[in-house]
Design a binder for this molecule. Structure first.
Ligand SMILES: Cc1cc2nc3c(=O)[nH]c(=O)nc-3n(C[C@H](O)[C@H](O)[C@H](O)COP(=O)(O)OP(=O)(O)OC[C@H]3O[C@@H](n4cnc5c(N)ncnc54)[C@H](O)[C@@H]3O)c2cc1C
Length: 408
C-alpha cells in the first residue's frame, strides 16, 4: 500500500480483513493525508487547529462506515441540514430542505425564490450538455443569476470546491440528486467533534496495527518497483501516482482551500456554523461549540474559503486582518487574540467541465497494481467519500484477481 490518506487506509483495512499481509508506506509522519491536524505550535488553543474544517453529508455512507471500522463512530455529530446564511446587512436566513424554508429564504428576490423548488425538482431529470457548467445548467432550468450566486453557491462551492459557474454540470447534478433529492437522511450534515488527525489517521493506524498490518510512516516511495510485494495499491494524489507508476502525469487541475482559525475576544457568531454572502469568508464554524471544548474566553472560529486561488497569494497577517475585518463588520466588533492560517493549494482536483474524463479508473497498465485516491473515477466528486470508495474498489480489484496471494 503506498499512501496513507483515507483511500490507502480504506484499502489496507479491506486487504487485512481478507487475510493478507499488508504494509502501508506513508511519506508523512502521520496517516490521514488531506484530513489532518496541524503540527502543534506554542500558544495554540484546545482543541488543536485542523488543516481545514471537513464536512460530510448523510449520503457519505462509505466514509461513515470507515469511521465506524476505525473506532471513530462516536466522534462526529450528525444534524439535519440547516445552513444559516448571513447577508451583507447582517440578516440571517436558513437553507433547509423544506418548501416553506426555501420560500422564505430572504437573500434572493421573491420572484427568483419561488423558482428554487422548481429548479431543484427539474435537476432530477435534467441532462447536462457537453462542456456545460452547473451555473449554466441551473440558468437553463430557470434559476436567476441571484439564485445561482446567493443560494446554489452557498453549498455547491464547499461541496465541490468550485463555484457553480466553474464546476462541471454533471458534478452539480450528482450532488443535488444524491444529497438533496435522495432519502431524507442523505442531506444530513456530519461534523467532526474530535481533532481530524486523532479521529482519522491515528485511529486508522491503531486499527490497522491491531489487525496485524505494518505501518511505515516517513517512508516516501519513489517507484512502485521499489516495493517488494505481490500486489500494490497506489493511493496517491494525481502527480505523485504518475511518478510512482512511471506513467505520464494526468492533466488534472487543482483547486485550493484556505482555512483561517481565529480566537476572538468575545462571541460574535450566534450559530455553530454560518455562510457569509459576498465575503471571502465563505463559511464560519464555531470550533469551540462543535467540539464541545469552548475556550476559557471569547470564541474560537474556523473560517473556510473554497476554490479561491487569489487568497493563496495573500500573506498570513494580511489574510487574517482581511478576513477578521469582513467578519466583524458583518457580525459585530471583536479583537483577534490568536490566529493560524492553513493553505492547501491542492486540496482537491478542480472538477471543471472535461475533468471527469481525466480521472482514471482502478486498473493501471500493470498487473497486480491498483490505483486509488479521491481524484480517481469513483463516480463521486473528490471528497472523503470518494477516497474511501476508491480504496475499497482498489482492494476489491486485487482480491478479485485469484493470483493475488499476498498484498503488501
Ligand atoms: C483543507 C481541506 C478541506 C477539505 N474539506 C473536505 C470536506 O469538507 N469534505 C470532504 O468530503 N472532503 C474534503 N476535502 C477533500 C478530502 O480531504 C480529500 O479528497 C481526501 O481526504 C483525499 O484522500 P486520498 O487518500 O485520496 O488522498 P490524500 O489524502 O492526499 O492521501 C495521499 C497520501 O499519500 C502520501 N504520499 C504522497 N506521495 C507519497 C509517496 N511518494 N510515498 C508515500 N506516500 C506518499 C501523502 O502524504 C498522503 O498522506 C478537503 C481537503 C482539504 C485539503
Amino acid at each position: 500500500m503506498i499512501g496513507g490518506g483515507l483511500a490507502g487506509c480504506a484499502a489496507a483495512l479491506d486487504l487485512v480483513a481478507a487475510g493478507h499481509d499488508v504494509t502501508l508506506y506513508e511519506a508523512r509522519p502521520t496517516l490521514g493525508g488531506a484530513v489532518q491536524t496541524l503540527p502543534e505550535r506554542e500558544g495554540d488553543p484546545a482543541p488543536p487547529p485542523d488543516n481545514g474544517q471537513h464536512i460530510a453529508l448523510g449520503c457519505f455512507t462509505e466514509y461513515v462506515g470507515f469511521l465506524e471500522r476505525i473506532g471513530s463512530g462516536a466522534d462526529y455529530r450528525r444534524e439535519r441540514l440547516a445552513l444559516p446564511v448571513v447577508g451583507e446587512r447582517g440578516t440571517t436566513s436558513t437553507i433547509k430542505p423544506s418548501l416553506p424554508a426555501l420560500l422564505s429564504y430572504v437573500h434572493v428576490p421573491r420572484r427568483d425564490r419561488l423558482r428554487i423548488p422548481l429548479v431543484t425538482a427539474r435537476c432530477r431529470g435534467a441532462k447536462a450538455k457537453p462542456g456545460e457548467t452547473f451555473g449554466t445548467l441551473l440558468r437553463r432550468l430557470g434559476a436567476s443569476d441571484a439564485a445561482v450566486e446567493r443560494f446554489w453557491d452557498v453549498f455547491i462551492r464547499p461541496a465541490l470546491n468550485l463555484p457553480a459557474d466553474e464546476v462541471d454540470a454533471r458534478a452539480g447534478l450528482f450532488t443535488v440528486r444524491t444529497a438533496l433529492l435522495g432519502p431524507r437522511a442523505s442531506s444530513d450534515v456530519i461534523l467532526p467533534t474530535k481533532p481530524l488527525g486523532a479521529m482519522h489517521g491515528d485511529a486508522a493506524r491503531r486499527t490497522l496495527e491491531t489487525r496485524g498490518a505494518r505501518v511505515e510512516p516517513g517512508a516516501r516511495v519513489e517507484s512502485v518497483d521499489d516495493v517488494d510485494a505481490d500486489a500494490v495499491v497506489v493511493a496517491l494524489p494525481p502527480r505523485e501516482a504518475a511518478d510512482v507508476l512511471g506513467e505520464p502525469k494526468p492533466d488534472v487541475e487543482d483547486s485550493p482551500i484556505v482555512s483561517v482559525h481565529l480566537l476572538f475576544d468575545r462571541r460574535i457568531l450566534r450559530t455553530p456554523l454560518a455562510a457569509l454572502l459576498g465575503s471571502d469568508a465563505h463559511w464560519l464554524f464555531d470550533r469551540g461549540a462543535l467540539t464541545g471544548a469552548e475556550p476559557p474566553r471569547g470564541q474560537y472560529v474556523t473560517v473556510v474559503s473554497s476554490g479561491v486561488p487569489e487568497l493563496m497569494e495573500i500573506r498570513g497577517r494580511e489574510l487574517v486582518d482581511r478576513l477578521a475585518a469582513q467578519i466583524t463588520q458583518r457580525l459585530g466588533d471583536a479583537e483577534v487574540l490568536w490566529s493560524r492560517v492553513s493553505r492547501e493549494p491542492r486540496a482537491t482536483i478542480a472538477l471543471r467541465p472535461g475533468a471527469e474524463e481525466l480521472r482514471p479508473g482502478v486498473a493501471t497498465s500493470r498487473p497486480h497494481i491498483a490505483r486509488a485516491g479521491a481524484w480517481t473515477a469513483t463516480g463521486w466528486p473528490p471528497t472523503m467519500e470518494s477516497a474511501v470508495r476508491s480504496g475499497r474498489a482498489a482492494a476489491a480489484h486485487l482480491l478479485a484477481d485469484r493470483k493475488t496471494t499476498v498484498a503488501v
